[in-house]
Design a protein around this ligand. Structure first.
Ligand SMILES: O=P(O)(O)OC[C@H]1O[C@H](OP(=O)(O)OP(=O)(O)O)[C@H](O)[C@@H]1O
Ligand code: HPA
Length: 180
């Protein structure tokens, strides 16, 4: 974990890409799109720990329809800025069977995390799978999955804030920043 001076230096060496107001407006738009598609489906919403915690906490009160809530925990980056092997820490539970499942995550980067969750959830008998990511990173390679609901597109830079960490910290920022 960075020390206090290193944590401050990360902020000084970064740019704001989306202000807290822009983030909030994107969450409103996403909530409207999800409500239109899934408002009558009584979905099971799964939040992907730990990055989706801020986004999920802000999105759920904007969804004014019945839903169930649970979480999964998958990790691929740890404290690094490049993805590695995917590790399941908490797998989906049996109750995904026959449900319309909506998985929420903070970011779709290379897409391996969301694709693995989709494969597991469908293998366990879900009726339908939808994914919602707050940030979709614009990368050059093809991704194994495209998200059904996206808040914002971010450039191909390491981004943080609104749940996304840099070296394990700064998930608490209300805005989205990128390392210079
Ligand atoms: O599309 P991908 O390239 O697979 O990357 C996206 C995933 O990476 C991050 O998780 P991370 O592994 O860092 O775990 P964390 O949420 O605990 O930080 C993020 O929260 C997504 O779950
Ligand atoms: O750009 C990123 N920022 C934070 N977490 C991430 N996980 C995958 N890509 C990123």
């Amino acid at each position: 974990m960075p020390n206090l001076a290193e944590a401050q230096a990360i902020i000084e060496n970064s740019d704001v890409l989306f202000s807290a107001e822009e983030v909030s407006a994107a969450a409103d738009r996403m909530a409207a799109a999800i409500t239109e598609k899934l408002g009558g489906e009584y979905p099971l919403v799964l939040s992907v720990m730990g990055g989706a915690v801020v986004f999920t906490g802000q999105l759920l009160p904007r969804l004014m329809f019945p839903l169930d809530f649970d979480y999964v925990h998958v990790s691929r980056y740890g404290d690094k800025t490049h993805g590695g092997e995917l590790v399941w820490r908490t797998a989906p539970k049996e109750d995904v069977k026959d449900r319309v499942v909506l998985v929420l995550d903070d970011i779709l980067d290379e897409g391996h995390t969301m694709a693995a969750i989709r494969d597991k959830v469908m293998e366990m008998g879900a009726k339908a799978f939808y994914s919602g990511v707050f940030a979709n990173k614009l990368i050059d390679q093809a991704k194994p999955i495209a998200a059904d609901f996206v808040g914002i597109d971010v450039p191909n830079r390491y981004v943080f804030g609104y749940g996304m960490d840099v070296r394990g910290i700064w998930r608490n920022l209300p805005e989205i920043r990128a390392l210079k």
